[in-house]
Design a protein around this ligand. Structure first.
Ligand SMILES: Nc1ncnc2c1ncn2[C@@H]1O[C@H](COP(=O)(O)OP(=O)(O)O)[C@@H](O)[C@H]1O
Ligand SMILES: O=C(O)C1=C[C@@H](OP(=O)(O)O)[C@@H](O)[C@H](O)C1
Ligand SMILES: [Mg+2]
Length: 174
C-alpha cells in the first residue's frame, strides 16, 4: 500500500508524512527530497537554473518511478503542484494500491505558514507583501483545489497540531 499526502504548499505534507510513516511502520519518501537527491540540486536551484517546465517533467518521472518501484508500504508526500501537472492525478487515482489523502488548510493559516518559509518555495519567494501573498494564494488554491478535492480522503487540519493530524489520519485508515 502507498499512502499519498496531497495539499497546498505548507499544508504539512512533509512534516505529517514523516510522522505518519513512523507510526505505521512504513517507509517515508518526500518527493521533493527525492528529486533533490536524484538531481543533486535544491528545488530552488532546479527552478532557477533549469526552469519550472524541467522541474515538472522530473517531478512526474520520479513520481512514476516511486509508484512503479518494488518498495511496498510507503507514505509518500508530494509537492503542492504534483497532482496538478501531467497525468499525475489520474496515475494516483487509478492505482488500487494507492490511498490519496488531502490535507486541507484555510487561506489565513497558509498565508501565516508560508510567510515564514517563502524562501524555501520558488513559486512565492518573490512576493513581497503579505497582502500580495494572500491574493496569490487565494487564486492559486482555488485553481488547484479542483485536483486536490479528487483525493480519496480529506482531512481538515486548521486547528490541529501535526501530531493530531496524524491521529486523525490513522482513525480514517482503520
Ligand atoms: N498541523 C500543523 N500545525 C501547525 N504548523 C504545521 C502543521 N503542519 C505543518 N506545520 C508547519 O508548517 C510548515 C510547512 O510544513 P511542511 O511539512 O513543509 O508542508 P508542505 O510539505 O505541505 O509544504 C512547517 O514549518 C511545519 O512545521
Ligand atoms: O506547489 C508547488 O508547485 C510546489 C511546492 C513545493 O513543495 P511543498 O508543497 O512541499 O512546499 C515544491 O514541490 C515546489 O516548490 C513547487
Ligand atoms: Mg513538502
Amino acid at each position: 500500500m502507498i499512502v499519498v499526502l496531497i495539499g497546498y504548499m505548507a499544508s504539512g505534507k512533509s512534516t505529517i508524512g514523516r510522522q505518519l510513516a513512523s507510526k505505521l511502520g512504513f517507509s517515508f519518501i518526500d518527493l521533493d527530497s527525492y528529486i533533490e537527491e536524484q538531481e543533486l540540486l535544491s528545488i530552488s536551484d532546479i527552478f532557477n537554473k533549469k526552469g519550472e517546465i524541467y522541474f515538472r517533467k522530473k517531478e512526474s518521472e520520479y513520481l512514476n518511478e516511486i509508484i512503479n518501484g518494488e518498495q511496498n508500504n510507503i507514505v509518500l508526500s508530494l509537492g503542492g503542484g504534483t497532482p496538478c501537472y501531467a497525468d499525475n492525478i489520474a496515475l494516483l487515482l487509478n492505482d488500487k494500491s494507492i490511498l490519496t489523502i488531502y490535507l486541507k488548510v484555510g487561506l489565513d493559516e497558509i498565508v501565516n505558514r508560508l510567510g515564514n518559509e517563502k524562501y524555501k518555495r520558488p513559486l512565492v519567494a518573490h512576493i513581497e507583501t503579505r497582502e500580495d501573498l494572500k491574493d496569490f494564494i487565494r487564486k492559486h488554491l482555488f485553481e488547484r483545489s479542483l485536483y486536490y478535492e479528487q483525493s480519496n480522503i480529506k482531512i481538515h487540519t486548521d486547528h490541529n497540531s501535526a501530531k493530531e493530524v496524524v491521529e486523525k489520519i490513522i482513525l480514517q485508515l482503520y
